[in-house]
Design a protein around this ligand. Sequence first.
Ligand SMILES: Cc1cc2nc3c(=O)[nH]c(=O)nc-3n(C[C@H](O)[C@H](O)[C@H](O)COP(=O)(O)OP(=O)(O)OC[C@H]3O[C@@H](n4cnc5c(N)ncnc54)[C@H](O)[C@@H]3O)c2cc1C
Length: 206
Amino acid sequence: MVDQDGERYGNECLPYDRFGRVMAAAPERTPSWFVFDAREDGRLPAIAMPEGDAAAHLAAGTWVRADTIEGLAEACGLDPATLAATVERFNGFAASGVDEDFGRGTDEYDTFFASAGSPNKALVPVDTPPYVAARFVLSDLGTKGGLVTDAAARVLDESGTPIPGLYAASNSTASVFGSSYPGPGAPLGAAMTFASLAVEDMLGGS
Ligand SMILES: Cc1cc2nc3c(=O)[nH]c(=O)nc-3n(C[C@H](O)[C@H](O)[C@H](O)COP(=O)(O)OP(=O)(O)OC[C@H]3O[C@@H](n4cnc5c(N)ncnc54)[C@H](O)[C@@H]3O)c2cc1C
């Protein structure tokens, strides 16, 4: 993942909420370009995002494709020499198995969804043309702030007293996890749990 200077800026294997925070930390990181190659039949080598149709992306310009890294950079509006140097450096890390810049593949989480790289599962060289770059911007998948509730999903007023008859769960509430994101399933899991607790309370705590 490179910024508008054609340079990497973080460990791309971070959980997506944490990588989003890294991306949001500097304006030149939006949009970013996700650079990949033809290894997986030209498919986006990543999880947790709806990929869509490659032809439709290419027609829309959200993906660009070229036979060389320099050509790819030109299509993205990036400096060709910088992007070529970034890819060359990254491919060196893939060969050695050590990402000297951002430690990608050091944490076990980084390798959970990865299998192709050797000696480091999370580091696969970008060397098989044609090359593709997908344009990335930040998005949201949920919210953290909202009504404060108790363990029975009852909405609390400013003094911390339950408001009779008012319950809330999911994105309308302050997250039970605070500002952190423990992992996929946390939003829906918390939503179902607190909705269930609300119904139990309505039924008299049965
Ligand atoms: C791309 C993506 C991937 C995700 N992946 C996961 C995952 O893997 N695991 C996980 O746990 N969570 C995931 N989430 C988060 C999870 O889907 C949400 O946190 C959850 O769906 C929120 O539920 P909700 O009922 O609070 O809100 P919503 O599901 O947004 O429901 C709100 C509803 O209210 C309706 N509405 C809005 N305004 C009005 C109005 N004025 N009148 C009537 N109706 C209205 C909306 O149309 C909507 O149907 C993902 C979210 C996204 C976007």
